[in-house]
Ligand binder design. Structure first.
Ligand SMILES: *[C@@H]1O[C@H](CO)[C@@H](O)[C@H](O)[C@H]1NC(C)=O
Ligand SMILES: *[C@@H]1O[C@H](CO)[C@@H](O)[C@H](O)[C@H]1NC(C)=O
Ligand SMILES: *[C@@H]1O[C@H](CO)[C@@H](O)[C@H](O)[C@H]1NC(C)=O
Ligand SMILES: *[C@@H]1O[C@H](CO)[C@@H](O)[C@H](O)[C@H]1NC(C)=O
Ligand SMILES: *[C@@H]1O[C@H](CO)[C@@H](O)[C@H](O)[C@H]1NC(C)=O
Ligand SMILES: *[C@@H]1O[C@H](CO)[C@@H](O)[C@H](O)[C@H]1NC(C)=O
Ligand SMILES: *[C@@H]1O[C@H](CO)[C@@H](O)[C@H](O)[C@H]1NC(C)=O
Length: 699
């Protein structure tokens, strides 16, 4: 029990302000086109999905069926209980020291930035909302390393009930191995009017040991102080039992530091709501992860961007509390705008699956402050496949969400690659000249960028085409800004353009992004990428009024496209490889021609391919190509985006069916079998931003 003053203001917890937010969001959701499909069952529900480290999910139908988990599947335990008329019920996580009885889950709704659970039992309704300011186009909020968890309790049976609420988390969120020693403190941060507790490892070694889970920095829980509140930092077993028995929480455990798993010391909160009637009572906590340092870029440690804006952790937390209403409003507005567009384009199934992947895509990134150039930079992690930083063929499949929502900030994810290619690493401390004639594959293993060019995973045409196409797409939305930004990289872009000229129209035996399929020489889809990439380079030159050069590259791209058609046409469709009659594949690499308005490939190529895919349709979608039954969710939705409304909707419904019925309960996979709906590999990857391809093209 703490004895700090309990009578300070609490900004986000007044029933009034939250009621306004939630009611306005409910009204927005009721609008035509913004609906989720009733009963949609996500394979995994995003709870606290903020960045690649702070990424907590529920892999179960009900929030109380399993522990909450990190995207890796490791337990990151967050629990919740409600006591109704003296009897405890669980609503979040399942553990041996939590009660068996639960308050029945009625529904879960996953919006782009929020997840809302509704529970009801014993005449009480409980609504638990997880809100993350996952806002790629609004960095002041979007870079906040926080989520809000709010609880809304009301009586539904005309009676009043005695209600108490309980929250705890262990230190698992702050360790990469539960044997690591952790400590805890309630004095590290003092904010007037709030209780703020933190936990983290003793070792605090940045950049750790290459794990997908962070073991440096600190996890914080901050809550408005008030008389109904109790907090404790103790082993969660004791505090759970105390709460369940109606006893006060145990006092803080002084036995620290100790291993995370040694009786599981945690951060614990309980509220006594007293008599609850039909008027809803609301409480919330702000949870935050301070990474201290986020990325090591060729020798320079880069702090999270929020620290540049808010200066300090206490300053950031205070902002998060005091502006909670504004931040949650912004999230709610974003949800309803995004969902309105999704609904118009593809109905409730499209709305459901695209909303589900929003935080997965945006939460796969991190904004940092580059103190060498005094600018914001962003990084994306190749989650689950190998943990690389800034993998170009992960940025590319994810790009539709970002090109649609935040084209300029998306450039901040490409610039660290351009700077590396442009021999600027010396400014950061490590001098690693880049001597290859094509775009790199990635920068290093998260969170360390340090890769020499001879250790690259070479995908020359793939990545060179990708980066030119992404730059052109940004240029389309803001030509002057992009031309200005890339002016210093003009030489690098020319190297890229010339590389595509020299390596096409037949890509020989290069590997492409679908490298898990094995080598595919003379790959037709890869050639399409390179040709659209050349078109993209020409497009950028033309915007820059370098008309002669633009014409030069365009003419070459046009002749390569003609070669492509001549050599890949196979009756009613186009081949997988120039040299393989009877083969076929998804030509997702044609997609950006639509956005950029090129005429390199005639419309009948798109039409006949789309028609041909329909003949290969399985229960859960169309395979990637003739070599296997599996597909890629992202590429399938790129292909869907290019189709007519009926073709698009059919693939949306297939992916929806996969998501809602696959037995594999992991954050949305992008690699699964189209006949069985079983996962092949890959989880939680930001490439799922590709589900927004239709929105990017048509809104
Ligand atoms: C709480 O839930 C009630 C009942 O569903 C709803 O009317 C109210 O707007 C919610 N209030 C808050 C603060 O979330
Ligand atoms: C940039 O930040 C890092 C990490 O905080 C620090 O070590 C370094 O001295 C700073 N460099 C400059 C140029 O300010
Ligand atoms: C956010 O809160 C601060 C106080 O911490 C206040 O000065 C500021 O005006 C608020 N900003 C916004 C955008 O609401
Ligand atoms: C970077 O340095 C390498 C090695 O000296 C050189 O081959 C390459 O041309 C340089 N790149 C640029 C863009 O200057
Ligand atoms: C290109 O030329 C047009 C027409 O003269 C002009 O409006 C535009 O500003 C120029 N763009 C650049 C990047 O110089
Ligand atoms: C493609 O085929 C057409 C018609 O057969 C022919 O005229 C043209 O030269 C060929 N072009 C290329 C680039 O192969
Ligand atoms: C959503 O997809 C399912 C499964 O493919 C399909 O049965 C259903 O008709 C679709 N619902 C809507 C509203 O389109």
């Amino acid at each position: 029990m703490d004895d700090e003053s309990r009578d300070k203001p609490k900004k986000c917890s007044t029933n009034m302000s939250l009621a306004v937010i939630f009611i306005s969001s409910l009204l927005a959701m009721a609008g035509v086109g913004g609906q989720l499909t009733p009963g949609f069952r996500p394979p995994s529900v995003p709870l606290l999905v903020v960045n690649p480290y702070f990424s907590v999910w529920s892999n179960a139908d009900n929030l109380y069926d399993d522990f909450t988990r990190h995207w890796t599947g490791a337990v990151n335990c967050f629990t919740g209980m409600i006591s109704i008329d003296g009897k405890p019920y669980r609503f979040m996580s399942k553990d041996s020291d939590l009660p068996d009885s639960v308050i029945t889950q009625k529904s879960v709704q996953v919006y782009p930035t929020r997840t809302v659970y509704e529970f009801a039992s014993q005449g009480i309704q409980l609504i638990v909302t997880f809100t993350t300011p996952s806002l790629p186009n609004f960095v002041e909020y979007g870079s906040l390393p926080i989520s809000y968890i709010s609880f809304n309790v009301s009586s539904t049976d005309g009676q009043t009930h005695d209600v108490r609420l309980y929250y705890d988390n262990t230190a698992e969120i702050a360790v990469s191995d539960v044997l690591e020693k952790v400590s805890w403190s309630r004095t590290a941060v003092k904010l007037d009017g709030y209780i703020t507790m933190r936990t983290g490892t003793v070792s605090q070694q940045f950049p750790g040991k290459g794990s997908d889970r962070i073991n440096w920095g600190y996890f914080y829980v901050s809550v408005p102080d008030e008389s109904s509140l109790q907090t404790s930092m103790t082993n969660v077993g004791d505090s759970r039992v105390a709460f369940a028995n109606g006893k006060p929480l145990p006092s803080d455990d002084p036995n620290q530091p100790r291993p995370c798993s040694d009786k599981w010391p945690g951060l614990v909160i309980a509220w006594d709501l007293g008599k609850v009637g039909s008027t809803a009572v609301s409480k919330y906590v702000t949870v935050a992860y301070d990474q201290v340092d986020s990325i090591l870029y060729f020798g320079t440690a880069m702090i999270p961007y929020w620290r540049h804006v808010y200066q300090s952790l206490p300053g950031m937390l205070l902002f998060a509390h005091e502006n909670c209403t504004g931040i949650v409003n912004k999230c709610t507005e974003t949800d309803s705008t995004v969902m309105g567009t999704l609904g118009k384009l593809g109905g409730s199934n499209y709305t459901s699956i695209a909303s589900l992947v929003w935080r997965q895509a945006v939460g796969g990134t991190e904004s940092v402050w580059n103190n060498v150039t005094n600018k914001e930079w962003r990084f994306m992690k190749e989650i689950s496949s190998d943990g690389d930083v800034s993998t170009v063929d992960v940025l590319f499949p994810a790009s539709p969400l970002f090109i649609w929502q935040s084209p300029q900030p998306f450039y901040l994810m490409l610039e660290p690659l351009l700077a590396y290619t442009n021999n600027e690493t010396i400014k950061y401390g490590l001098n690693i000249p880049y001597n290859l004639a094509w775009c790199p594959h990635h920068l290093g293993h998260w969170p360390v960028c340090n890769l020499p060019p001879n250790h690259q995973e070479q995908m020359p045409i793939e990545e060179t085409g990708n980066i030119l196409i992404m730059l052109a797409a940004i240029a389309k939305s803001d030509p002057t800004w992009l031309l200005n930004a890339v002016a210093k990289y003009e030489g690098v872009l020319k190297v890229f353009g010339d590389y595509l000229v020299s390596s096409l129209p037949d890509p020989a035996n290069q590997i492409c992004t679908d490298d898990f399929e094995g080598p595919s020489p003379h790959n037709v889809n890869l050639a399409a990428k390179g040709i659209v990439g050349l078109g993209a380079y020409s497009y950028i030159l033309r915007l820059d009024n370098q008309t002669d050069k633009a014409d030069y590259y365009l003419k070459i791209a046009q002749s390569y496209a003609q070669y492509w058609i001549n050599h890949s046409l196979d009756g009613d469709h186009y081949k997988l490889q120039y040299n393989l009659p009877g083969s076929w594949s998804l030509k997702y690499n044609l997609m950006y021609q639509k956005l950029l308005g090129f005429e390199l490939f005639p419309q009948n190529v798109f039409d006949s391919e789309e028609m041909y895919y329909q003949t290969k349709m399985n229960e859960y979608g169309v395979p990637l190509d003739d070599r296997a039954d599996f597909t890629k969710s992202d590429w399938m939705m790129w292909v869907a985006a290019m189709g007519n409304q009926e073709q698009f909707q059919l693939l949306v419904d297939k992916l929806y069916l996969f998501a809602t019925s696959t037995p594999d309960r992991v954050p949305f996979t992008d690699w699964y079998y189209t006949s069985t709906g079983k996962r092949k590999g890959f989880i939680a990857r930001p490439v799922m931003g590709g589900l927004y391809a239709r929105a990017m093209l048509y809104s």
